[in-house]
Design a protein around this ligand. Structure first.
Ligand code: ADP
Ligand code: MG
Length: 681
């Protein structure tokens, strides 16, 4: 049978009563035999060899060894009932060890002088004496698990390691039970995988760590392959087959630029162009650090579709950014005869009516705006290409609403918060990824300082010097107003404070409670240089482009995720001027917290930072991953299994290309497993 067919409810297992069954369901989400057998150990303890005290190395302080009881004494207290038994034993290497039997004085009888036992114990030295107060004794080597690798399961409630191991053993000892292979036969050989039955059994009862690795590899690969297949089938993935040619419009724009495109930009353009010429709608993520030239690629690739007579929509997360993009587009594209419309919620009345009519007639080639682009009254004539800037800012529904406007248009998602490869490969099965790793030449890299409280004054001085040079700055705080309890610095108070620090330097306050009109007014004068610094919350996170801004000061930096810090830092370093980022942290920050901030000092590479962020926070917290719901992986790890994920994706693509319906005999099992919801989606 297939593992997932073993749907017997967990309370039917001999010895599992109401309480344990409830704990299985609630604490471990285990409700059937299959669920229990799919419970992946969180760790393993290697007891393959006997280890005595003399064998201990490094931090390890656990022993599994044979002992002989030497003598008994009591310590502590005055009366007999208050004293604690101490059993002196010798281990295999002849080293003396004292077993401190807190609450276990009854062991005096069992562990009689001269008797021999096997023991698992955690030991330490005290006054030159080896001691253990945490130990278990067994009559036989077998009972002690010596010679095996012991799985350690997640626990909860009344469930103990012992009870979980016993329950799993009970199921697996049924001699009529064997599990069918879940993968097409040729994959077992190709990747040296175990048969499914062995993989399941060895996961719970391995003899060596090598068997642990091999069984986990098999189960993780199976899981990933099924997930990728399920995603690809849902989305209708198809391999691009067309070889594309660049259009004259694109060439004109490229040759009009005062610089040459980077190699990465050219590569991404090729990838996008061949998707655009494919029958099947593109679904592509374009990622690269702020300023790496993504938006330019979006404009160039738009021309590819415009040349064919189609319309393009470009959506930005805020009014402000949409406006900034529209201005840039006008400068680049209008000379080529491209007709641009700017549509946001604020464009109203007669002007809006005229714009919408032109759009519906097909007299507009490219519409740029906020999500208002996709309100009901906006009708395109032949929308074929949708570009979304800073895609992580939009929810899934918004993305769906917009793709509903044309007959499944091509979709390009842009982000300056790179997604680690493992996530990109698993989050959206059919999402293709283009990456820009290198920045255009001539950008100075940003110097990052970690600033502790006592250096605050020095930091203000450094920033003050920048103001004298005519440069600008952002001061960022996590809160608009401190609610009084947190003790955090906030924008409202710091705005007043900084006015005293920099008496004649013009500044402005900007946060989410300020009206959109005021924001635009403030940012326009900031851009003109009439304002020298902004005091802001993380509203300035996305996309503002002010070349003269050379300093960003982020206070309580430890409260921001690495990805957010990276985004914020991207507000500076946007010209050839040397820029600085100051991350101010509180004196009480833990070593871990400092290590996290040090990643920011070490690197300005968003890809590296994203990988570190994933490592530190785990996939559950990553931007966008929660809503995707595709991440409930049992065996595979998004931090460590990049290789396996890549192979699984490649194999899934091949399987789908040959047998989309999974109807061949060889793929039948895969279809069955997907239909049973093996992939948890
Ligand atoms: P992103 O969207 O990735 O933040 P943009 O496309 O807005 O980046 O580019 C940032 C700035 O760099 C723009 O002013 C753009 O004209 C310029 N730029 C883009 N590509 C290059 C290049 N290859 N060389 C020099 N400058 C470039
Ligand atoms: Mg951008």
């Amino acid at each position: 049978m297939l593992l997932c067919e073993l749907t017997t409810p967990i309370e039917r297992l001999a010895g599992v009563g109401k309480v344990r069954a409830a704990d299985y369901r609630e604490k471990l989400q285990v409700s059937t035999f299959a669920d229990l057998l799919s419970l992946s150990p969180r760790a393993y303890e290697d007891r393959t060899r006997l280890t005595s005290i003399k064998d201990l190395r490094g931090e390890d302080n656990t022993i599994n060894t044979k002992i002989i009881v030497v003598s008994h004494t009591y310590f502590g207290g005055f009366r007999k009932g208050e004293r604690t038994l101490k059993i002196i034993v010798k281990d295999l290497s002849g080293t003396k060890l004292s077993l401190l039997c807190f609450g276990r004085n009854f062991l005096e009888k069992t562990l009689s002088t001269g008797s021999v036992w096997f023991i698992n114990a955690t030991v330490s030295t005290y006054n030159g004496e080896w001691q253990s107060s945490s130990f278990s004794v067994f009559r036989t080597q077998e009972e002690a698990g010596i010679g095996r690798v012991i799985p350690i399961y997640p626990m909860g409630g009344s469930l103990t390691q012992k009870s979980i191991r016993k329950d799993i053993k009970t199921i697996l000892s049924n001699k009529y039970l064997t599990f069918d292979d879940e993968l097409p036969a040729h994959l077992y050989d190709k990747y040296s995988l175990m048969h499914t039955d062995s993989a399941i059994r060895l996961m719970h009862d391995p003899r060596t760590m090598e068997e642990v690795r091999a069984s986990r590899k098999t189960l993780a690969f199976t899981e990933l392959l099924l997930m990728e297949l399920a995603l690809m089938r849902q989305s209708g993935y198809e391999k691009a087959t067309v070889k594309s040619r660049i259009s004259d419009l694109e060439e004109k724009l490229i040759s009009s630029l005062p610089f040459t495109l980077t190699a990465d930009q050219l590569k991404c353009l090729d990838e996008i162009r061949s998707d655009l010429d494919n029958q099947k709608a593109m679904n592509r993520l374009l990622q690269g650090d702020v300023g790496s030239g993504k938006t330019l690629i979006a404009w160039i690739s738009s021309l590819h579709e415009i040349r064919k007579g189609y319309q393009v929509a470009f959506m930005a997360p805020t009014e402000l950014l949409a406006r900034q993009h529209a201005e840039k587009a006008a400068e680049l594209l209008e000379p080529l005869g491209v007709r641009i419309a700017f549509i946001t919620g604020d464009v109203k009345g007669k002007g809006r009516k005229l714009l919408l009519e032109a759009l519906a007639r097909g007299d507009v080639d490219i519409a740029i705006g906020t999500h208002a682009l996709f309100s009901k009254d906006v009708v395109f004539r032949k929308l074929k290409y949708v570009i979304i800037d800073e895609q992580h800012r939009f929810g899934v529904e918004q993305r769906l609403a917009l793709t509903g406007k044309g007959d499944i248009p091509h979709l390009l998602l842009m982000t300056a918060t790179p997604i680690p490869r493992t996530l990109a490969l698993t989050m959206f099965g059919d999402l293709q990824v283009s990456s820009i790793h290198t920045m255009p030449q001539g950008r100075k890299s940003i110097i990052t300082y970690l600033v502790k409280e006592e250096n605050r004054q020095k930091m203000y001085q450094t920033v003050g010097v920048e103001f004298k040079r005519g440069h600008q700055a952002y001061f960022v705080y996590p809160r608009i107003e401190d609610e009084g309890e947190s003790g955090l610095r906030d924008v409202t108070n710091m705005f007043e404070y900084l006015k005293k620090e920099y008496p004649d330097v013009p500044s402005a306050l900007i946060h989410s409670k300020i009206s959109e009109e005021d924001k635009i007014r403030i940012l326009t004068s900031f851009r003109k240089g009439e304002i020298s610094y902004l005091v802001a919350t993380s509203v300035i996170e996305v996309g503002i482009d002010i070349p003269k801004a050379t300093c960003i000061i982020i206070e309580h930096a430890e409260r921001f995720g690495l990805a957010a810090l990276h985004q914020l830092r991207g507000r500076v370093g946007r010209s050839s001027l040397q820029s600085y980022c100051f991350l101010v942290y509180s004196d009480s920050l833990s070593e871990d917290g400092k290590a996290r901030l040090r990643v920011m000092k070490e690197s300005t590479d968003g890809f590296y930072i994203a990988e570190k962020d994933l490592e530190i926070r785990g996939p559950g917290e990553m931007a966008g991953s929660r809503q995707s719901g595709f991440l409930r992986l049992r065996y595979a790890s998004l931090v460590n299994d990049l290789d396996l994920i890549e192979i699984a994706k490649k194999e899934a693509m091949e399987i789908i290309a040959k047998d989309r319906g999974l109807i061949s005999t060889e793929n039948y099992m895969l279809r069955l497993l997907i239909s049973k919801g093996y992939d948890n989606t």
